[in-house]
Design a protein. Sequence first.
Length: 227
Amino acid sequence: MNPLTLLRRGLVVSCQPVDHGPMDRPEIVAAMAQAAVAGGADGLRIEGVDNLAAVRPAVSVPIIAILKRDLDDSPVRITPFLQDVEALAAAGADIIAYDATDRPRPAPSAAIVEAIRSSGALAMADCATLADGQRALREGASILGTTLSGYTDETADRADGLDTDLISAFRALDAFVMAEGRVNTPELAARAMQAGADAVTVGTALTRLEIMTDWFAAKIKSSPEDR
Ligand SMILES: CC(=O)N[C@H](C=O)[C@@H](O)[C@H](O)[C@H](O)COP(=O)(O)O
């Protein structure tokens, strides 16, 4: 079945542990992925070829795969190279997400989308702005994600909370819209759907245990002492 049909009105769980933390191991990512599916996830977002290779045989839901890199000469981190696309497709990705912002990058976004489509996977554009989404649709992307809103210089003022404006703007383009980024509670997931999302991706609030723990610990420590 078309992955978009399976993901519509669905939850995608991004299983990306904190880099180099104790949970950053393929067998743990595979266990997280299975636990997410057991809890009702309709899809998964998985970073890296080793993690994808561990998760793919363990689940049957659609997988959105990415490869993250830290480049010296470009701020683009998500699937910047054509060979990244080949590696993720070979490891069983159904959908490959890429940075769809208009920033200096090693390979043009149009070439990345073309490589994704020729691999047989669908392309998900990780966008920061409406213009990113419009360009991505012209280039052949099948999903527009709000993933990078708040993470570029141009959108730094949106770094708090959910970008419902961008979700609604993408809805008006008649695209498949993925709300992604800082969806940290079930209530925010519902708000994303009301704003026009077709599906919602949740990462940190479900799979980055160190960060979730810190949210609770900080609140407890800053709570008033007198009762
Ligand atoms: C900006 C960027 O690099 N986002 C990444 C994309 O894969 C991940 O680090 C996020 O965890 C993911 O987008 C889910 O978002 P959140 O963790 O806020 O639920």
